[in-house]
Design a protein. Structure first.
Length: 85
């Protein structure tokens, strides 16, 4: 039996404008709703699988800003606008 450890280092550079604190690029939001969830779902499918996950502080701070509503990137603002005819 082979033993394997998966090490996932989850990081994102600081994408927030230093003056406004708002994200200038949407990557943290996009990755958190897609790639990070996919990795967790893959682990759930294999109950004996083990993984070590390292969350970089810059990523956690940006995720907290999105979760609290303090951060809204430009792409999200555009996507939330009601369609016009």
């Amino acid at each position: 039996m082979a033993r394997v450890v998966f090490l996932w280092h989850l990081h994102q550079p600081e994408y927030r404008d230093p003056v406004s604190g708002q994200p200038v690029l949407p990557w943290v939001r996009l990755h958190s709703t897609r790639a990070y969830n996919d990795m967790a779902a893959a682990l759930e499918q294999h109950e004996r699988a083990r993984a070590v996950v390292n969350w970089a502080p810059s990523l956690l701070l940006q995720l907290e800003a999105y979760a609290s509503g303090a951060a809204v990137d430009r792409d999200e603002e555009i996507a939330r606008k009601p369609p016009t005819r």
